[in-house]
Design a binder for this molecule. Structure first.
Ligand SMILES: [Zn+2]
Length: 119
């Protein structure tokens, strides 16, 4: 399981380069993407989900707005507590991926990791 400190140590948006394969992903806030992040363009770093918790809380960080570009990244709160952490295989830039599964749909959401927003 990945800790807040480990998230803070990952490369953030300042690593963005126009020529990088990940350049199209500039999602300061959550964005829906058609297909999940996958190898070989990205590598899976790990999960923020606690191993012994079946159903993580749906509480958000107090006062945060889910879709906001400056919402804090709190690994103990929704939706980060059920995220996978991925990194661009080329530049190492970090991404959070959260897949919402509804009755008739699967929605893959990605947010770029900004270490400055980790709480
Ligand atoms: Zn990249």
């Amino acid at each position: 399981m990945i800790t807040a400190d480990a998230l803070r140590a990952m490369p953030g948006p300042d690593r963005w380069r126009p020529a990088c394969p990940c350049a199209r992903l500039q999602c300061a806030g959550w964005e829906s993407i058609g297909a999940p992040l996958a190898e070989p363009g990205f590598r899976r770093v790990g999960t923020l989900r606690e191993p012994d918790v079946d159903e993580p809380t749906v509480e958000e960080w107090p006062g945060s707005r889910f879709w906001s570009a400056d919402a804090p990244i709190s690994p103990r709160h929704f939706p980060y507590n059920r995220c996978e952490v991925w990194a661009c295989a080329a530049c190492g830039r970090g991404f959070l991926q959260y897949t919402e599964v509804g009755g008739y749909y699967v929605d893959h959401r990605v947010r770029q990791l900004d270490p400055a927003l980790v709480v």
